[in-house]
Design a protein around this ligand. Structure first.
Ligand code: KIV
Ligand code: ZN
Length: 383
């Protein structure tokens, strides 16, 4: 039996921080319901102290979510925690997410403080949260650039204070995969009470490494990944949910899986993209328009003979009906015959040669050749 990696979705918190992505409560409710059906384990619904609107969204989301834990973010500040506790009152499974920056850069420049004082604030915040909510997750902001010994000390003390999940964010997206993996491994081997908590990966994508880093994190012992639909989030975004879910699903040798119903990935991606007004790039892994489209002759020939020659995922597994064979000037005869057959025209070898010449003339002038262009091309080739 594969071990489960929990999926902590932060589309409605880290994702919604993106300029232009702000949502109304009713839109957030639609997304929360979708995420719950998708099978995410935790929905980070917002940062309740940040605005009355966000507070209200967390309250309303708490009322409707049936299966997932509902989580509210706070700083290591009593008032933040009080407000978050209030907003989560109606959640079936409330989780409080509190924390503080632990890197020397954050300690010196952001807090103008010392490691000792930051450690004290971290412990106090967890102890205070624990008075009201059992499930407390602690984040060590900028853990990616935090000294490992100090990070291990912080983790040990916040676990003693009651934290059940330790979030190790690569806040600035700086880490290399091996470096991030070694950090998680260091914590597993050097935090003496680590068996009382699970480690969570929260990776940003500034260098395009968020998915790789999260996967390296779970290979090294983390058991939760924080991610967003379509990878939206601050700056270059967060780890993309659909990517990590499919990496774990496709790589049996990792012996890991998630509770996500992958068949709902495409429709969830579309809903988030539409409501947030964030277009998904066509070449985006898993959910991009071209993720299962084949346009070069060599690839098309292979896919028509056997899909697996150029596809590692069955498109139906992520909610895409089927792979598509796109006709362009780079397409070959196999693709042309396949698409002609699709509209009910079976071409013999001789006919195909003639139509193909005509097809290339047309395709060189147009970006794509559609089904409605084909009858005319066939007519012009006088077969
Ligand atoms: O990137 C980050 O460090 C965060 C924390 C607030 C969890 O989003
Ligand atoms: Zn973040």
């Amino acid at each position: 039996m594969k071990e489960i990696v929990k999926i902590f979705d932060t589309t409605l918190r880290d994702g919604e921080q993106v300029p232009g992505c702000k949502l109304e409560t009713k839109e957030k409710l639609k997304i929360a319901e979708k995420l719950d059906n998708l099978g995410v384990d935790i929905i980070e619904a917002g940062f309740p102290v940040s605005s009355p609107g966000d507070f209200n969204s967390v309250v309303e989301i708490s009322k409707i979510v049936k299966n997932a834990s509902v989580c509210g973010l706070t700083r290591a500040v009593k008032n933040d925690i009080d407000v978050a506790v209030e907003s989560l009152k109606l959640a079936k499974r409330p989780r409080l997410h509190t924390g503080i920056g632990t890197s020397d850069s954050h300690i010196k420049h952001k807090f103008k403080s010392t490691r000792e004082k930051i450690l004290e604030r971290a412990v106090d915040a967890v102890k205070y949260s624990k008075k009201y909510i059992e499930d407390v997750e602690f984040y060590a902001e900028d853990a990616g650039r935090t000294n490992n010994e100090f990070l291990a000390l912080v983790c040990e003390k916040v676990i003693d204070a009651g934290a059940t999940v330790l979030n190790i964010p690569d806040t600035t997206g700086y880490c290399l995969p091996n470096e991030y993996g070694e950090k998680i491994s260091f914590l597993i081997n050097n935090v003496k009470n680590i068996d009382k908590a699970i480690i969570s990966c929260h990776c940003h994508n500034d260098l395009g490494l968020a998915t790789a880093n999260s996967i390296e994190g779970v290979i090294n012992g983390a058991r939760q990944i924080e991610c967003t639909i379509n990878g939206i989030g601050e700056r270059a975004g967060n780890t993309s949910l659909e990517e990590v879910v499919m990496v774990l699903k496709q790589h049996n040798e990792l012996d890991l899986n998630t509770n996500i119903n992958s068949k709902l990935l495409l429709e969830t991606s579309k809903m988030v993209s539409e409501l947030m007004g964030m277009v998904v790039q066509p070449n985006k892994a898993i959910v991009g328009e071209n993720a299962f489209a084949h346009s070069s002759g060599i690839h098309q020939d292979g896919v028509i003979k056997k899909r697996e020659t150029y596809e590692i995922i069955d498109p139906r597994d992520v909610g895409v009906n089927k792979s598509s064979i796109v006709l362009t000037a780079r397409s070959g005869r196999a693709a042309l015959a396949y698409r002609a057959k699709g509209i009910g025209i079976n071409l013999s070898k001789i006919q195909l040669d003639k139509v193909y010449d005509q097809f290339l003339i047309f395709a060189d002038k147009n970006k794509e050749v559609t089904d409605s262009d084909l009858p005319n091309i066939i007519k012009l080739s006088k077969i």
